[in-house]
Design a protein around this ligand. Sequence first.
Ligand SMILES: CC(C)(COP(=O)(O)OP(=O)(O)OC[C@H]1O[C@@H](n2cnc3c(N)ncnc32)[C@H](O)[C@@H]1OP(=O)(O)O)[C@@H](O)C(=O)NCCC(=O)NCCS
Length: 175
Amino acid sequence: MTHSDAAPGRSGQTAEVLSIRPAVTADGPRLVELDRATWSPENAVAPLRDDAADFFERRPPDDVLVAEDDGAVVGYTQFGRPTPLASNEHVLHIQGLAVAPSARRQGVARQLLEAAAAEAARRGIRKLGLRVLGGNTAARTLYESAGFVVEGVLREEFWLDGRYVDDVLMARRLT
Ligand SMILES: CC(C)(COP(=O)(O)OP(=O)(O)OC[C@H]1O[C@@H](n2cnc3c(N)ncnc32)[C@H](O)[C@@H]1OP(=O)(O)O)[C@@H](O)C(=O)NCCC(=O)NCCS
């Protein structure tokens, strides 16, 4: 879908030749592995996925973009409609984003978000939304730097790791 040189992050490192492409079924086991490697109560509301789980059980590969660095999948994002209602079909939500710990601060997530925004625009989407946990500072900083603004906060929406945690609704206008 897109193929571009990565932008340098604060670390000064860049992912050498990063390509972003739609996922294929064969990516499933690696994507489960990435989910498991990045899972934490700071960023996840669902329990840790089993390593034999089927990544594509509830989403089609077409709704997942993967980032490949030198042939290795180092990150992904997935998107989907927040509701099936016709009145809500101009909105798409980022419903997952993860980058391997070894590939962070090299602009991988930023490029995945840009590719997701481009794909959403291609589908005629007006607003790209997402939900992020209040304490997930890395992701919130990333989203703000990528043009997402806070549209609301669901106070103490989740009970995670022994405390109540806010869920923050953010969105970026595409048109
Ligand atoms: C959040 C996450 C996806 C960021 O991935 P990444 O590829 O390292 O992010 P990028 O390199 O594209 O960062 C882009 C910008 O986001 C911000 N950012 C990223 N990680 C950050 C961190 N740990 N602390 C503060 N800001 C951070 C910075 O502004 C950064 O720009 P800079 O490096 O030039 O300063 C990654 O840390 C991750 O997988 N976390 C676990 C899963 C998760 O929280 N997913 C989001 C669920 S809503």
